[in-house]
Design a protein around this ligand. Structure first.
Ligand code: KG4
Ligand code: ZN
Length: 363
């Protein structure tokens, strides 16, 4: 069984071929091609949806051709297509979905629409083999910060999610505030290594109220109370504001520039709080659900300090921690192919081609 994955939910056009050998053997990654649009959006300091959609259109055919040729397979060697249906930027999603449906119709191949976050979660099994379940998986990226309970293969139960910014978004905004480039995550990660994580006492986010903009329902263990829900949700906008106020004071409202050392300290102190917030909730959820392991996925899971601290805490508690490779952590199509293989293994054989891209698709 060989599946072609297609991903176009944000600003990378990606295609990949993943193979599922027989009888429960681990999935094999045959190729993974990612055309990044970072150079285009850098000029604007963030992703411009209309530019992203137009660039996907230019790139998709070449990216798919490259994925097939890197895998040394032709179309006849592909058994199904998995495509990101959502969530994401609708103009971007549409390009991947329309392409997948067109090839599906032309070649008579089944098309399996998948959720982008199911892809991030399945990147863990693609990279590490099947995880011991139940697992608690933190999906942490530029668009999402969500905690999932995975009781059995292919079942993802939302335990907590951010009520405002995603963690990656906070990295990108803080990088902008202190004059670093875009995207900010990898640069803050690097600068933080030289800084003192205790130089500035940024506040650790604590939620004191129930969510007034009730989002998707979350699943907590039996007996959980409202306070537990607050202890499972994330919030990063207050931390971002604290960094902004610190920078305003330190620079006398832009009258002077920050020194390199000051920037390093801000990055390290900000990152310490983000990591503590992410891991406190993740390890608490693992405890609630008697998880046998923890997984970290999504672009921010590429962060070196987050990985190191998760491994330290996991080792202290005898809880294995799984992460994807850096290439499989940021957006890619191999994880989408993996999520498609997961659905296939559960009996799905493709959907009628009248499904559409959905910007707010729920998992
Ligand atoms: O998963 P991803 O590629 O796209 C989304 O689905 O959002 O994640 C991109 C995000 C960006 O916000 C980027 O700054 C962040 O992941 N990121 C990092 C690192 N590498 C990427 N954040 C912290 N440390 C990193 N090393
Ligand atoms: Zn993503």
């Amino acid at each position: 069984m060989r599946i072609l994955g297609i991903e176009s939910s944000c600003d990378e056009t990606a295609a990949a071929v993943v193979e599922a050998p027989d009888a429960g053997a681990p999935w094999r990654l045959l190729s993974s091609v990612v055309a990044s649009q970072v150079a285009i959006h850098r000029e604007w300091g963030g992703v411009v949806p209309e530019l992203a959609a137009r660039q996907h259109l230019r790139d998709i055919v070449g990216v798919v051709d490259q994925a097939l040729s890197d895998a040394s397979v032709g179309w006849s060697g592909i058994d199904a297509i998995a495509v990101t249906q959502g969530p994401g930027l609708v103009g971007s999603l549409l390009v991947g979905v329309a392409f997948a449906k067109a090839v599906g119709a032309a070649r008579g191949l089944p098309v399996v629409p998948v959720h982008h976050l199911a892809g991030h979660i399945e990147s863990l099994a693609l990279h590490n083999g099947e995880l011991p379940l139940p697992a608690i998986v933190l999906v942490v990226s530029g668009g999402h910060t969500s905690l999932y309970h995975v009781p059995e293969p292919g079942t993802y139960r939302l335990v907590g999610r951010t009520r405002d910014d995603a963690a990656g978004e906070a990295y990108d905004k803080v990088a902008k505030l202190v004059g670093l480039g875009y995207p900010g995550g990898p640069i803050v990660d690097r600068r933080a290594r030289a800084g003192n994580p205790h130089a500035i006492a940024f506040p650790v986010p604590k939620l004191t109220h129930d969510d007034r903009n009730a989002g998707p329902a979350t699943h907590l263990p039996e007996g959980a109370v409202a306070a537990d829900r607050r202890r499972a949700d994330f919030s990063f906008s207050g931390l971002k504001t604290a960094v902004r106020r610190h920078v305003e004071l330190a620079t006398n409202h832009g009258q002077r520039a920050l020194s390199d050392g000051e920037v390093d300290d801000i990055c390290a102190s900000f990152q310490r709080v983000v990591i503590q917030t992410l891991l406190d909730r993740t390890f608490r959820a693992a405890d609630w659900f008697d998880a046998r392991c923890i997984g970290l996925a999504g672009g921010v899971a590429a962060n070196s300090a987050l990985r190191a601290e998760a491994e330290r805490r996991g080792a202290a508690q005898g809880l294995p921690v799984f992460v994807p490779s850096v290439a499989l952590a940021t957006d890619n199509a191999a994880m989408i192919a993996a999520a498609g293989l997961r659905r296939w293994s559960l009996g799905e054989r493709g959907r009628p081609l009248d499904f559409n891209a959905e910007a707010n698709l729920a998992l």
